[in-house]
Each structure stands twice: as structure tokens, then as C-alpha cells.
Design a protein around this ligand. Structure first.
Ligand code: FMN
Length: 185
């Protein structure tokens, strides 16, 4: 199989653009994409019909709920994980190893899997980043080798509500997955 991108997304701005801006371009670059959403993101995209569109485009069910023990995992084994957009909540839980939904379960396991790159784009604002534990979460993830797409060059922080509708750094995400797993590897 081609390179497999495990894409985990949470309830943050820009999740509604995943299909045209990330999934389709990745597929055009030769990636197979399998998507898992947090319950919040799953509800948002189900309400707009995009969850079905992602399933049609990727050919895989969008995972939101954990499977039953009798069911097989519906996704192929990933070559790389991308968490985008990652809410402040998702980043905090990842940093602590909390796995209380399917997306966190997969991403936490990915962090513990040898030779499986994990890339995270925290879609946060200045208030999220001022929360007193935020720096600890970022440092925790860096320390364990997570590739963070974070900083003024990627996503300048802004005050809540001051910059709604900003375009996410899609090309930085696509570049990061290419760098993590080059096509000719
Ligand atoms: C319209 C809307 C947009 C939101 N955008 C963001 C965001 O960009 N970043 C963020 O950290 N939280 C954002 N939130 C808050 C998260 O959705 C909330 O913390 C939620 O509990 C995240 O759950 P999840 O991480 O399990 O998806 C937003 C909430 C709403 C209602």
C-alpha cells in the first residue's frame, strides 16, 4: 500500500476545511488517508454532512467511537500521524497520555510506537497559550519527539475572536508529512 496518513482532528477552527485543503492534496501526493475525529469534531462534521464526504473520498470509515472487542480495526496501519487541527484540550490530554476517546487512543499509541512520526498542529490562540500549564504540555510533547508545527512562523497567536476565519497553515502540514515519510522511502 502507498504511504498511509493517520489523520486525527479535534474540535478546533479549520476542521471544516480538512477535506479540500489537506485530505485531497495529500491523496494527490500519493497518500492513503484514514481519518479519526474526537467526539466534538465528529459531531460538527456529521452535522454538515462532511463526515460522509470524507468517508467517500478516503474509502475508509471515519472513526469517532472505539471499536468493540469483536470488531477489527477499520483503518490500515499508518506510516505517519498528523493531528490537525489540535485543540488546546487535545494537546493537553496528549501531553498527559490521556486516551479517553478514539482519536487520543490512536495518537497516544502512535507516540509509543517506534519509528512512527507524529506531527501536531495546535490550533490555539493567545489565551490558550497563556494557560499556566500550556508550556509544560508543549515541552512534554517536544521531549518525546512529537514534531510540533507551532510558533510565530507557522501560526502567530492572537487574542480570542480577534482573527476568526484565518487560513490554517495547510502547506506546512503537507510539507511536514512529506518530510517525515518521503515518497521514495
Ligand atoms: C466554534 C468553536 C470553535 C472552536 N475553536 C477552537 C480552536 O480553534 N482551538 C481550541 O483549542 N478550541 C476551540 N474550541 C473549543 C473546543 O472545541 C473545546 O475545548 C472542545 O472541548 C474540544 O474537544 P476535543 O479536543 O475533544 O475535540 C472551539 C469551540 C467552538 C464551539
Amino acid at each position: 500500500m502507498s504511504r498511509v496518513l493517520g489523520l486525527a482532528a479535534s474540535g478546533a477552527g479549520g476542521v471544516e476545511d480538512l477535506l479540500p485543503r489537506l485530505i485531497k492534496p495529500a491523496q494527490e501526493g500519493g497518500w492513503t488517508v484514514a481519518v479519526t475525529l474526537t467526539p466534538t469534531a465528529g459531531r460538527w462534521l456529521a452535522e454538515t454532512g462532511q463526515l460522509d464526504e470524507i468517508e467517500q473520498a478516503t474509502g475508509y470509515p471515519v472513526r469517532v467511537e472505539p471499536r468493540s472487542p469483536s470488531q477489527k480495526s477499520p483503518h490500515p496501519a499508518p506510516s505517519c500521524y498528523l493531528v490537525a487541527p489540535a485543540s488546546a484540550n487535545f494537546v493537553a490530554k496528549m501531553s498527559l497520555g490521556i486516551a479517553d476517546n478514539q482519536a487520543l487512543t490512536q495518537v497516544n499509541e502512535a507516540i509509543g510506537t517506534l519509528n512512527l512520526p507524529v506531527i501536531v498542529f495546535p490550533r490555539v490562540n493567545a489565551a490558550h497559550a497563556r494557560q499556566p500549564f500550556w508550556t509544560m504540555h508543549i515541552e512534554n510533547l517536544k521531549r518525546v519527539g512529537v514534531d510540533l508545527l507551532y510558533g510565530d512562523d507557522v501560526w502567530p497567536l492572537h487574542e480570542p475572536r480577534s482573527a476568526p476565519g484565518r487560513d490554517l497553515p495547510w502547506s506546512a502540514m503537507l510539507d511536514a508529512i512529506e518530510k517525515a515519510v518521503p515518497a521514495d522511502r
